[in-house]
Design a protein around this ligand. Structure first.
Ligand code: ZN
Ligand code: ZN
Length: 260
């Protein structure tokens, strides 16, 4: 399968990450941080299954414009878009975003119109969802609000997307049971000197990134892609990660297709 961190800066070829959206092949996306800002409307329109990790703004910021693009095609031509989230996150999205005040409540509108345009599907941690030949499983991680990591598997391979989290354990236990796990996307939000901030906001620094990596099955055989580097400390974090010379570890590049 193909995995891409969607670009989240405008202008230039910036590597800094501001927002989170991970495109898997073409029809599955994890998080709506930047998908709804993507220059290619074809890429946006191809996504029909949107999984949300948690309701922080950098993971849902573009949900309104993404839904606008999806629903703007008109009822006749629409394939429904399904948003998958835990009950807590789904409630947060409805209360904070699709509340008619921030953005129209498309859930209510679809119900009132009797139109199957958008589905908000509640998922349960540990219960896989089958979509377009992929098996997607949400596993809780440890962040300041309920947050899910996702394991995505098909017949050939598997990857895990683990963001946002501080030190955690359950997702790693699941990783040990996944057949064909080749790639782990793992957050690395702050440099070492901001360990206090990482602890308070439940994120990782290079020190805790290393201890998390050691929890993975065969870490030296895995491709581990570091993500969620805070944009204004990007070079500092990249430098600290480079000094560790960890086999198979690199900073994930936006806009690049990774073969998982
Ligand atoms: Zn977060
Ligand atoms: Zn985040």
């Amino acid at each position: 399968m193909r995995l891409q961190l969607l670009p989240s800066t405008v202008g230039g070829d910036g590597t800094a990450q501001l927002l989170s959206s991970y495109l898997i092949d073409s029809s599955i996306c994890i998080d709506a941080g930047s998908i709804g800002f993507h220059a290619s409307l074809d890429i946006q329109l191809a996504v029909k299954h949107l999984f949300i990790t948690h309701s922080h703004s950098d993971h849902v910021a573009s949900l309104p414009t993404f839904l606008d693009i999806q629903l703007g095609g008109g009822i006749e031509s629409m394939t429904p878009i399904t948003i998958y989230a835990t009950e807590v996150t789904a409630n947060n999205i409805r209360q904070d975003i699709l509340n008619d005040r921030h953005w129209p409540d498309f859930v209510r509108i679809c119900e009132e119109l009797g139109q199957d345009l958008m589905r908000l599907e509640i998922i349960k941690p540990g219960v896989p969802v089958e979509v377009d030949g992929k098996r997607v499983t949400a596993i809780p991680v440890d962040h300041v609000i309920e947050t899910m990591a996702y394991i995505v598997e098909d017949e050939a391979s598997a990857c895990a997307i683990i963001t946002d989290t501080g030190p955690t354990s359950e997702i790693w236990q699941h990783c040990h049971e996944v057949q064909g796990l080749s790639t782990v996307v793992l957050e690395l939000a702050f440099p070492r000197r901001l360990q206090w901030l990482a602890d308070a906001s439940k994120h990782l620094t290079p020190d805790t990134f290393v201890t998390e990596r050691q929890k993975a099955p065969d870490p030296d055989q895995l491709s581990i892609l570091a993500v969620h580097l805070k944009a204004n400390q990007y070079e500092e974090i990249v430098g600290e990660l480079g000094e560790l010379s960890l086999p198979g570890v690199e900073v994930m590049k936006p806009g690049v297709d990774y073969q998982v």
